[in-house]
Design a protein around this ligand. Structure first.
Ligand code: MLT
Length: 327
C-alpha cells in the first residue's frame, strides 16, 4: 500500500513540477486552414494576446490545411499531450462530426477543451463581375443561372462550405452551384476578387476589408439580425430579413489540446486564454472585423465542451437535411 501511495505522490509531484515549468518550449497553435484566412487571423491575434499571460512564452501559428480542417485537427489529436501543440478551430469541430463518417478523431473524446474564443458572423459575397447589387438581384440571378456558377469554400466541413450548403438548401435552388474547394478562404478570396469564382460565404474577419475596399460585392449577413453595431456591415440585411426563415449562422472558434494533457497544464492554458480574451488590443482588433469575443461560460472547459456537444447534434440535422456527406 505504501508503495502505491509513494508512486501516486511521485506522479503528483512530477505533474506539478511539469506544470510549474510549463511552457518549457514554444507553444504552437495549429490552424487547420491555409494562411491568410479567418481562422489564421483569429489564431495570430490570439497568439499575440497569449504571450504575456503565459509568462512571455513564444506562441507561434502553424498552418496544417486540408480536408475541411480535419487534417490539422487530426495532427493535434495525435500530438504529444504536453500542452505545447494546440488547435485553434471553429464550427468545423462540430460540422465534421456529422459530415465525415470515417474521421481520424472523435471531437468529444480526443481533445481537452481549453475554452471558446469568439463568434464571427458571415457575409454572402459575389465576385465584382456578378451582375447583381442587392440580395434580391443576387438570389434571382443565382436561381436563373445557378447551374453555370461556382461557389468557393475551404473544404467539406469548413464554415464556408456549411454556409454554402445551408444557403442553397434554404433557397431551394433547382440546380446547385458547382463547388470549388480551397485550402482556406484566404486563397479562395483572391479568386473571388479576380472573378475566377462567382460566390463565397465567408467570415467577416476575412471579408470586411475586401467589402470596404470594393473588391467584392456583399449581399447579406448570416446572423439572425443585421450587424447594426458595425459601421460598415450594418448596411447589409440579414438572410432572415430577406425571407430565409430561421437562417442564423455564426462561426465560433475554440482552442483545444490533445486528450491526456495534464490538468495543471490545461488549467494554465485556460487561465491564459481568459486573460487574452480581455486584452483590449485583442478585443479591439476582433470587434473591428465584426467578431464578438466570448465572455460567457463557454470560456470554461466544461462550458466549451457542452456547447460543442450541442452543436454536433444541431449540425448533424442540418447536414442530413442537405443530404451531403464528405466520405
Ligand atoms: C472556413 O471556411 O472554414 C474558413 O474560413 C477557412 C479558413 O479559415 O480559411
Amino acid at each position: 500500500m505504501k508503495k502505491i501511495v509513494a508512486l501516486a505522490l511521485t506522479a503528483a509531484v512530477s505533474a506539478g513540477a511539469f506544470a510549474q515549468d510549463f511552457p518549457s518550449k514554444p507553444i504552437t497553435l495549429v490552424v487547420p486552414f491555409a494562411a491568410g484566412g479567418p481562422t489564421d487571423l483569429v489564431a495570430r491575434h490570439l497568439a499575440e494576446a497569449l504571450r504575456k499571460p503565459l509568462g512571455g512564452a513564444s506562441v507561434v501559428v502553424e498552418n496544417a490545411a486540408g480536408a475541411g480542417g480535419t487534417i490539422g485537427a487530426t495532427k493535434v489529436a495525435r500530438a504529444a499531450p504536453d500542452g505545447h501543440t494546440l488547435l485553434v478551430w471553429h464550427i468545423g469541430m462540430a460540422a465534421t462530426a456529422g459530415l465525415y463518417r470515417k474521421l481520424q478523431f472523435n471531437a468529444l473524446e480526443d481533445f481537452e477543451y481549453l475554452g471558446m474564443i469568439n463568434d464571427v458572423p458571415m457575409t454572402l459575397l459575389g465576385s465584382p463581375k456578378l451582375p447583381a447589387n442587392t440580395y434580391r438581384d443576387f438570389e434571382a440571378y443565382i436561381r436563373a443561372n445557378g447551374g453555370k456558377l461556382n461557389l468557393a469554400h475551404a473544404g467539406l466541413g469548413s464554415a464556408s462550405h456549411l454556409c454554402g450548403l445551408m444557403w442553397q438548401s434554404a433557397v431551394k435552388l433547382d440546380k446547385s452551384m458547382t463547388t470549388i474547394a480551397y485550402r482556406g478562404t484566404g486563397p479562395a478570396m483572391n479568386d473571388l476578387i479576380g472573378g475566377q469564382v462567382d460566390v463565397m460565404c465567408d467570415q467577416t474577419t476575412n471579408t470586411t476589408a475586401q467589402i470596404e475596399g470594393g473588391r467584392v460585392k456583399a449581399f447579406a449577413v448570416t446572423t439572425a439580425k443585421p450587424l447594426s453595431n458595425h459601421k460598415l456591415l450594418k448596411d447589409y440585411p440579414s438572410l432572415q430579413e430577406m425571407g430565409l426563415k430561421g437562417f442564423n449562422l455564426t462561426i465560433w472558434h475554440g482552442m483545444y489540446a490533445p486528450k491526456g494533457t495534464p490538468a495543471a497544464v490545461t488549467k494554465k492554458l485556460n487561465d491564459a486564454l481568459r486573460v487574452a480574451l480581455k486584452d483590449p488590443e485583442f478585443v479591439k482588433r476582433q470587434e473591428a472585423l465584426g467578431a464578438l469575443v466570448t465572455t460567457d461560460n463557454r470560456v470554461t472547459p466544461a462550458g466549451h465542451k457542452a456547447f460543442v456537444a450541442g452543436e454536433i447534434t444541431k449540425l448533424k440535422a442540418v447536414i442530413e437535411a442537405a443530404g451531403q456527406f464528405a466520405d
